[in-house]
Write a protein that binds this ligand. Structure first.
Ligand code: M6R
Length: 593
C-alpha cells in the first residue's frame, strides 16, 4: 500500500504533489518522491523518510508532476528504491502502488536487451518497458498501453514523459481516482489527496487507462473510450483520510477482506508457494511475541501441533529473556507486526545466541526484525494506523495457516480443501461486516459494564484472549480472557449480574463442554454473549445475545470470530466516547524493554 498522485494544470506542480502526498501518508511513509516536467526535462527528487517532516519544498517550475509516498514491498526503504522510477535516459518517470508479480522475469529480459536498472523495486520495469516500446516506434500513450499487456499482479501507476504535456495513468486491482478541476486534472490513490483542489471525482475501474492533457481527459478500457460518472464527494479532508470512516480502526477492520486476499496472493497460487527449508532438521518450534502477536502465536501453536505434529511452545518475548537452555534444533518464530518491538527483537537475538534458527513474521519491510531473523515472511496488510492491531493480526493468522498447511501431514486433497476455505474467507468477513449494526447494538449494551470475561476452549481460548485484549485496550473496560474450564477454579467468584461473559463456541470437540460451561456461568447470573456458528441452534436457547458467525472450516474460526470481537470492542469503546485510535498510555510500536 503506497500513495500516488499525478497533476496537470496551471499551478506549481511540485507543491501540489507534496501537499497531496502529505494527505496520503496514512498509506505509507518510509520514503517519498516527486518528479516534475520542466522544459522537456524530468526533474526528480526522492528521499527516504516521511514527507510529513518536510516543511518547505521546491523542486522546479513546472505544471505537470507525479508523486509517491512509499510503504516498501520490494526493496528496502532507501533513496534509490523511493519512487518515481525512470527509464535509462530519464525521459519517462513512473510512480506505482501495487505489486508487479512477474517483475523478476520482465527485469531479466529487459536487462538482456541492455536496460540498466538502478533500484531493487518491481516498479522499475514499468518505465523501462515504456521506453522499450517508444524505441520500437510507438508514441508515449500507446507505449504505456502496450506495457500493460506485459504486467501481472496489481497496479495503479502514473507515467510522465519529458516530451509530452500529458499524463497516462492505469488502474488494476489497486485504487485510483481521477479529480476534475477547472483547467486542471488530478489522479490519486485516494480522495483526501485532492480535496483541497476539487471535490469532483471519477472512481476509475479495474482495467481503466486515463489520459490527461491540460484541457481534457479520456478514459479507455479494452482499447475503447468509455464514459464514467463524475461524483461529488461530500467529505471534509479529515473525513476523507479515513475513507469516510469515523476512525482508522473501523477503516482497518473493513480492509480485512483485501488484506486476506493480498497475503494469500503472496504465498498461494494454485498451491502453496513457500520454501520451508527453514524447518529442515528441527525438533520443535518456539514462538516469541507480545500482545496481539502473542495471541496469533497461540493460534499458530494449535495449528502446527494439529496439522504437522511438531511440538510447539509459545513464550512472551519479555519472559524469553530469562531463557537459559540450548536450542540447537529449535526453530524460534518471532511475530511482530511493526518489526520494532524491543522484547521480540531481544528474544530473537537470545534464541540465536542459544543456537536456534530464527524466522520472523512481520508487516513492515526493512523494519529492525528483518535485520535480525534468518528468514523473513511478510504479511501484506498495508500500514496500520490505529494502535489496536486488527487487520495485521488477521494477516498474521493467514501466514500461520500457510506455514501449517505447507508442513502438514494431511493428504493433498485435504490441504486443498482447507486452501479453498481460506480463499473464501474474504467473503465470510464481508458477511460479518454486513452484520455490523447488530454487533453494534450488543456492544452498546456491554459498554455499560466495568468488568467482563471472555471464555473459550481449544482454539476458542486464544480467540477469547485476543477479544479481551481488544476490549480492554480501547474501551478501558476491565476484560479478562480465560480457558472456559478454568473459571470454576477461582474467577467464578467474580461472576454475577455486573460481569458479562463473552463465550466463543466452536463446532468441534469442545462444543458440548463449552455449552455446559455457559450454563454454569448463567447459573451465576452473568449476562452471556455467545459467538457461535450460523448453523448452531443450541447456544441461543440459554444465552442473552447470540452472534451467529458465517460458517467456515473450524480451523479458520480465529479469523471470523476475531473480526466480530474487534467490532464488539470498537463499538463498545465508541459508545463510551473513548479515543479509539490512540488509547491512553499506549503506543503503536513499543521500542523499549
Ligand atoms: O508490533 P508488534 O506486533 O510486535 O506489537 C506487539 C504488541 O505491542 C501489540 O500487538 C499490541 O498488543 C497491540 N496494541 C494490541 O492491539
Amino acid at each position: 500500500m503506497c500513495g500516488i498522485v499525478g497533476y496537470i494544470g496551471f499551478r506549481r506542480a511540485d507543491k501540489v504533489a507534496v501537499s497531496a502526498l502529505k494527505r496520503l501518508e496514512y498509506r505509507g511513509y518510509d520514503s517519498w518522491g516527486v518528479a516534475v516536467k520542466s522544459n522537456d526535462e524530468i526533474k526528480v527528487y526522492k528521499r527516504v523518510g516521511a514527507i510529513g517532516d518536510v516543511s518547505q519544498f521546491e523542486l522546479c517550475e513546472g505544471t505537470i508532476s507525479i508523486g509517491h509516498t512509499r510503504w516498501a514491498t520490494h526493496g528496502k526503504p532507501s533513496d534509490v528504491n523511493a519512487h518515481p522510477h525512470t527509464d535509462c535516459n530519464g525521459k519517462i518517470a513512473v510512480v506505482h502502488n501495487g505489486i508487479i508479480s512477474n517483475f523478476q522475469k520482465l527485469r531479466e529480459s529487459l536487462e538482456r536487451e541492455g536496460h540498466v536498472f538502478k533500484s531493487e523495486t518491481d516498479t522499475e520495469v514499468i518505465p523501462h518497458l515504456i521506453e522499450k516500446f517508444i524505441d520500437s516506434g510507438l508514441d508515449f500513450e500507446n507505449a504505456v498501453k502496450e506495457t500493460l499487456k506485459h504486467l501481472k499482479g496489481s497496479y495503479a501507476f502514473v507515467a510522465l514523459s519529458s516530451t509530452e504535456d500529458k499524463l497516462v495513468a492505469c488502474k488494476y486491482k489497486s485504487p485510483l481516482i481521477l479529480g476534475i478541476g477547472d483547467n486542471e486534472y488530478f489522479v490519486a490513490s485516494d480522495v483526501p489527496a485532492i480535496l483541497e483542489y476539487t471535490n469532483r471525482v471519477v472512481y476509475l475501474h479495474d482495467g481503466d487507462t486515463v489520459v490527461l492533457t491540460r484541457d481534457s481527459y479520456e478514459i479507455y478500457k479494452d482499447g475503447k473510450k468509455v464514459n464514467r460518472e463524475v461524483e461529488i464527494v461530500p467529505w471534509s479532508v479529515e473525513q476523507a483520510e479515513k475513507g469516510g470512516f469515523e476512525h482508522f480502526m473501523l477503516k482497518e477492520i473493513h480492509e480485512t477482506p483485501k488484506v486476506i486476499e493480498d497475503t494469500l496472493l503472496e504465498y498461494v497460487s494454485d498451491e502453496i508457494e513457500l520454501d520451508v527449508g527453514f524447518t529442515a532438521g528441527i525438533s520443535d518450534v518456539i514462538f516469541v511475541a507480545c500482545g496481539t502477536s502473542y495471541h496469533a502465536s497461540l493460534i499458530g501453536k494449535y495449528l502446527i501441533e494439529k496439522l504437522d505434529e511438531i511440538p510447539v511452545r509459545v513464550e512472551y518475548a519479555s519472559e524469553f529473556n530469562y531463557h537459559n537452555a540450548p536450542l540447537s534444533r529449535s526453530l524460534v518464530i518471532g511475530i511482530t507486526q511493526s518489526g520494532e518491538t524491543a522484547d521480540t527483537l531481544e528474544a530473537l537475538r537470545k534464541a540465536q545466541k542459544f543456537g536456534a534458527r530464527t524466522l520472523a513474521i512481520t508487516n513492515v519491510l526493512g523494519s529492525s526484525v528483518t535485520r535480525i531473523a534468518d528468514v523473513i515472511l511478510y504479511t501484506r496488510a498495508g500500514p496500520e494506523i490505529c494502535v489496536a492491531a486488527t487487520k495485521t493480526f488477521i494477516a498474521q493468522l493467514i501466514v500461520l495457516y500457510v506455514i501449517a498447511l505447507r508442513l502438514s501431514l494431511l493428504s493433498r486433497s485435504e490441504v486443498n480443501e482447507i486452501l479453498a476455505d481460506l480463499k473464501l474467507l474474504p467473503e465470510k468477513v464481508r458477511a460479518i461486516l454486513d452484520m455490523e449494526d447488530y454487533i453494534r447494538k450488543i456492544a452498546e449494551e456491554l459498554a455499560n459494564y466495568e468488568n467482563m470475561m471472555y471464555i473459550g476452549r481449544g482454539l476458542g481460548y486464544p480467540i477469547a484472549l485476543e477479544g479481551a485484549l481488544k476490549m480492554k485496550e480501547i474501551s478501558y473496560i476491565h476484560a479478562e480472557g480465560y480457558p472456559a474450564g478454568e473459571l470454576k477454579h477461582g474467577p467464578f467468584a467474580l461472576l454475577g449480574k455486573q460481569t458479562p461473559v463473552v463465550a466463543c463456541v466452536l463446532r468441534d470437540e469442545t462444543y458440548d463442554t463449552m455449552l455446559g460451561n455457559i450454563k454454569e456461568v448463567k447459573a451465576r447470573n452473568s449476562p452471556v454473549v455467545a459467538l457461535t456458528d450460523e448453523n448452531d441452534s443450541e447456544a441461543e436457547k440459554f444465552v442473552d445475545y447470540v452472534i451467529k458467525v458465517p460458517s467456515t472450516n473450524v480451523l479458520l474460526t480465529p479469523v471470523t470470530y476475531s473480526v466480530v470481537l474487534q467490532l464488539l470492542a470498537y463499538y463498545a469503546a465508541r459508545s463510551r466516547g473513548c479515543e479509539i485510535d490512540k488509547p491512553r498510555h499506549l503506543a503503536k510500536s513499543v521500542t523499549v524493554e
